[in-house]
Design a binder for this molecule. Structure first.
Ligand code: C5P
Length: 241
């Protein structure tokens, strides 16, 4: 049972519950890109991303990663721990794609020598700019200890997700995570892990457009967006079963 609406984001709504330590996260079909300049809906995305994220959170928990996930309570809703989200989007990249290609002139699809962790300032008015550790410190977004923890946590999550998506015959190109601090100051993986937040390429397909099974299909108007999410869900559920 949901209480009052606490926050509505682009892809989810958070509600209070009777327990102050627990929130209800409702996944929406709405899709946005380019800082909400492009808007649309993806049929059944709420249910598909909720199912994908629930399974992946449970997988990561089993690997020792602390997440905000408590349990899935309906097809598009999960209970999560109430956390204070750090205003930093943490991106991990294994292969060059998206904004890093524009920023540094790398070729799309170029493997990186080692996983790269980047921080972006979570601020819609500024368009979520790339920031350094010095900016994090200057803006008081996190303590130096938290920065070190964030980087290690991001790399650990990447390691486990790569192993997991390998089982799904998917290449994990990059992804974004949000991290929250619980009442005890412990950092938890929050938000979601889904084709909205990961670039996932079909391992069996070499065509650079046909292999895309994530939100880039929506961003770039490539068609078959819901079908791509459906395919990811099918493989994620099969990998866990
Ligand atoms: O756009 P960019 O290449 O920086 O995105 C890197 C990764 O972070 C992609 O997987 C993208 O889906 C994800 N991302 C996200 N939310 C944002 C920005 C990026 O999930 N606001």
């Amino acid at each position: 049972m949901s209480g009052t609406k606490l926050y509505e984001g682009k892809a989810k709504i958070l509600f209070t519950t009777d327990d102050p330590h627990i929130l209800l996260s409702r996944y929406k079909d709405d899709a946005t890109a380019f800082n909400a300049l492009k808007k649309g809906t993806i049929a059944n995305k709420g249910e598909m991303n909720c199912a994908i994220a629930s399974h992946i959170f449970q997988y990561l928990e089993a690997q020792g990663i602390a997440t905000h996930f408590i349990k899935q309570v309906s097809p598009n809703e999960m209970q999560v721990a109430a956390v204070q989200i750090l205003p930093i989007e943490v991106v991990v990249r294994n292969i060059a794609a998206g904004s890093i290609c524009k920023r540094l002139g790398l070729a799309q699809g170029q493997p990186l020598k080692q996983p790269l962790v980047e921080f972006f300032y979570k601020n819609d008015d500024l368009g979520d700019p790339l920031i350094t550790d010095a900016h994090v410190s200057m803006l008081d977004l996190a303590t130096p200890e938290q920065v070190a923890q964030l980087k290690q946590l991001a790399l650990d999550i990447n390691h486990h997700l790569q192993t997991f998506f390998e089982r799904c015959n998917l290449i994990l190109v990059d992804f974004k995570v949000e991290i929250g601090s619980d009442a005890n100051g412990h950092l938890l993986l929050a938000d979601e892990i889904s084709p909205d937040t990961c670039r996932l390429w079909d391992k069996e397909i070499s065509d650079p457009t046909a292999r895309i099974l994530d939100k880039d299909r929506f961003r770039q108007d490539l068609g078959n967006v819901a079908e791509a999410y459906q395919e990811v869900m099918k493989r994620v559920l099969a990998a866990i079963a």
